[in-house]
Design a protein around this ligand. Structure first.
Ligand SMILES: [Fe+2]
Length: 437
């Protein structure tokens, strides 16, 4: 199957998989072509300002009321939702984990979700959760929608195929995809067991950050975001839809596929993005801009410049700054930082932070380069240097991130993470030169 996509971010798209399926000049004809039902999916309140008003019109084989029967509660104990505080006994600290292993038993995307942290409160639609998914089984007749959150998926190992109501996306490592709140989807691995990171965004949708003095280009450019064209399955088999709603899970059984949208138009839609198309901007003479210069997507909180979530990447780039300590500086931050590594090495931590691993530097906890990285960068010859083959990312939020019991008790939690800084010795002796190595 060849997939096709439409370029642009937040565009008003239109697409049909059968000729004439999409009404022209109106949304709700008395009778839709092919006997389809017209249905609106609202991603913002009806009265939201134009800049944030999002909805799509779906023309489908059955209306969504026929895609839910009576709900039954179902439990996914490792998928947690904020507020989820006091869930463990682990003391405060900077934390780092090795990758979560892929399970040996059959595990699909829903069962394979492992929550690491939660922040904010789903009931007031603020905050977020970070997760890792580990899966080795397709959702063949299983479908899912998340009423709690928009979902940002960051595959790390293995490509996945994401079937949504509005089309199909293939998403490989170094790509991401975003599934709007309420969108019905299923996921299958394309080539064996897969692992990736997920950010659940309880708040306002991700959007592109303003560029300020950077101007009209660079960072994530709108044309590099891809929304799938319409696709449907006309399948009359026993199917299940699982719903996540205010942190609880419910399942309903129906006799057909809910992915039955033949045509659609609107601006509330899933999309994917290739992180290697991000055009980084950075220091070209000395010092550092803040890491916000690497923001791909930002989810605003209502307070200007104070994001509910920033999705930030650390991609391949040239380091050219003169008389400068080039890795990230030491810092403490009011925002809380969850990091993952998709591939390669991260420049502040050449060891210990491995692809598929994670770190958590929570509100106001100090962090920065390890002792080895400090020594190396302090003594390096400052020629232009390319950081190649690397892609790290950060889910950063204005809210403190609370560990789940699962994350606190994970076997892959590194006991010795703090030791990475223990070699940072006192270099002060009252002389301007300090103590040299
Ligand atoms: Fe940081």
């Amino acid at each position: 199957m060849t997939l096709s996509y439409m370029p642009g971010f937040g565009n008003d798209f239109e697409t049909e998989s059968l000729p004439g399926a999409l009404p022209q000049g109106q949304n709700s004809p008395q009778r839709c072509a092919y006997g389809l039902y017209a249905e609106q999916l609202s991603g913002s309140p009806f009265t939201a300002p134009r800049g944030t008003n999002e909805r799509s019109w779906l023309y489908r084989i059955r209306p969504s009321v026929r895609h839910t029967a009576r709900f039954h509660p179902v439990s996914y104990k490792l998928w947690n939702t904020a507020p989820n505080i006091d869930d463990h006994e682990l003391a405060l600290g900077q934390l780092r984990w090795d990758p979560i292993p892929t399970p040996s038993e059959p595990t699909n995307f829903i069962a394979g979700m492992r929550t690491m942290t939660t922040a904010g409160d789903v009931h007031t639609q603020v905050g977020m959760a970070t997760h890792v998914y580990v899966l080795n089984e397709a959702m063949r007749d299983d479908y899912f929608f998340n009423a709690d959150a928009e979902m940002l998926l960051v595959p790390q190992d293995g490509e996945i195929r994401v079937y949504t109501e509005m089309g199909i996306m293939d998403v490989a490592p170094k790509e991401i995809c975003v599934l709007p709140r309420g969108m019905v989807f299923k996921i299958e691995p394309k080539d064996g067991p897969s692992r990736g990171y997920v950010c659940e965004n309880y708040g306002a949708k991700f959007t592109l950050p303003d560029r300020g003095p950077i101007g009209a280009n660079c960072l994530a450019n709108p044309r590099d975001f891809k929304t799938p064209t319409a696709w449907y399955e006309d399948k009359e088999t026993d199917c299940r839809i699982t719903v996540k709603w205010c942190g609880r899970f419910y399942v309903t059984e129906i006799g057909h596929s809910p992915l039955d949208v033949v045509a659609w138009h609107g601006n509330y839609a899933p999309y994917k993005y290739d992180l290697t198309t991000y055009s980084p901007v950075g220091a070209i003479l000395f010092d550092h801009p803040d890491p916000s210069i690497f923001t791909v997507l930002t989810a605003p909180s209502g307070e200007a410049g104070t994001a509910n979530i920033d999705f930030v990447i650390f991609p391949e780039r040239w380091m050219v700054a003169e008389h400068t300590f080039r890795p990230p500086w030491y810092h403490r931050n009011i925002m809380s930082e969850f990091m993952g590594l998709i591939c390669g090495q991260y420049d502040a931590k050449e060891e210990g932070f491995v692809p598929g691993g994670m770190s958590l530097h929570n509100m106001m906890l100090p962090h920065g380069p390890d002792a080895m990285g400090f020594d190396k960068a302090s003594n390096a010859e400052l020629r232009p240097q390319k950081l190649s083959g690397t892609m790290a990312f950060m889910f950063e939020t204005r809210f403190p991130q609370h560990l789940t019991r699962y994350a606190a008790n994970l076997d892959t939690l590194q006991d010795n993470y703090l030791d990475c800084w223990s070699g940072l010795k006192k270099r002060f002796n009252g002389t301007p030169e300090g103590i040299l190595d």
